[in-house]
Design a protein around this ligand. Structure first.
Ligand SMILES: [Zn+2]
Length: 347
């Protein structure tokens, strides 16, 4: 996909890779049946995501069933499955009928030595072999160096070079434990973009410090052309970058469009919350219950004459409506407007 064609740093086309059904399902307490996964996948497709990571085919029979069910639906989006760098995982992806594999292989010494008990050379060999094996099986391959933001940069580059030499289609270094900052992210992706000008480069950011969205945008600004996101920011521990926040920030703060039909964001959020059983916090940006509710009298007064005074996001573009709350801080105009909404006309 290559270097940005835009003067503002962003790639011409940004791929939205949704991992609600994989990383999102790793939210503690969440377990989705294949039927529920299909329902969410169909909504994500309607929303306009480019790639749906539907699960981890080798993990269980249920996961295999879910990915098969979604693959058979012939959705517009590419259907992807997670796999480790081992044959049996890749075989399961092929069997599931998915179009692509997100092939995750550790890249930091910490993960290589402590988790896999392997050497760097063995990792390079595993990368080459498993990318080749998946490509020969007809899969689109996205290589995901795990814990890449704590890896030695020179080794990470070697690993990516190995993947590319075996025809990996995309590379997404993962900020597995969410330790990047926007500044570090920008530097990290600028360096990778310079080293690999042609490859489709993705960002996979976790929200341990609440910076997943800011880091994802910094990565895109530095030339990444794909971003991993989840609805409502679900995911391991503190979650992943929230799809709704990344997409609406790109659109309204940076003037960058994606394939997402933003007016379907709220419906998608509600469906995901209902089927996963994970409520959305009321003050959550964009999809939280209070995101378009105005309480203080000063605010409601101004909103009634000009919404943009206190509304940075027009509610209708994300499928929502404005509400004026008649609470402790309400003023008379707000109360009057709230009553009029109910069909009452106080004198
Ligand atoms: Zn992750």
């Amino acid at each position: 996909m290559a270097l940005s064609n835009r003067s503002n740093g962003f790639a011409e086309k940004i791929l939205i890779f949704d991992t609600t059904l994989r990383d999102g399902e790793q939210t503690p307490g969440v377990s989705l049946t294949p039927e529920k996964k299909l329902q969410i996948a169909m909504q994500l497709d309607k929303l306009g995501v480019d790639i749906i990571e539907a699960g981890f085919a080798a993990a269980s029979q249920g996961e295999m069933e879910a990915i098969s069910l979604i693959s058979k639906e012939n959705l517009r989006a590419e259907i992807c499955s997670f796999a480790r760098g081992v044959k049996k995982d890749i075989d399961a992806v092929v069997k599931s009928g998915a179009d692509s594999v997100f092939l995750v292989i550790p890249s930091s010494d910490l993960h290589i030595q402590r988790k896999l008990k392997k050497t760097r050379n063995e990792i390079l060999e595993m990368t080459a072999k498993s990318v080749r094996y998946a490509k020969d099986a007809g899969l689109t391959v996205e290589l995901g160096p795990e814990d890449a933001t704590r890896a030695d940069m020179e080794f990470l580059k070697e690993m990516i070079t190995k993947g590319i030499s075996e025809d990996a289609d995309r590379v997404t270094p993962c900020d597995t434990v969410g330790i990047l900052t926007p500044e570090k992210t920008y530097k990290f992706y600028s360096e990778l973009r310079e080293a690999f000008p042609e490859i489709t480069l993705g960002a996979h950011c976790h929200d341990d410090f609440g910076m997943a969205v800011a880091n994802s945008i910094a990565a895109l600004k530095a030339g990444a052309d794909e971003v991993h996101v989840t609805m409502n920011g679900l995911g391991e521990r503190a979650g992943n970058a929230a799809l709704e926040e990344v997409v609406v920030s790109l659109k309204l703060l940076y003037g960058v469009e994606t394939s997402i039909k933003t007016e379907s964001l709220y419906d998608t959020s509600l469906l995901v919350s209902r089927l996963t059983g994970i409520p959305v916090q009321p003050n959550k940006a964009i999809v939280g219950e209070n995101a378009f509710v105005h309480e203080s009298g000063i605010h409601t007064h101004a909103i009634l004459s000009e919404p943009s005074t206190y509304e940075p996001i027009p509610p209708e573009i994300v499928g929502r409506t404005r509400r004026l709350a008649a609470g402790k801080h309400a003023g008379s105009r707000g109360i009057k407007a709230a009553l009029e909404e109910m069909g009452l006309h106080p004198s």
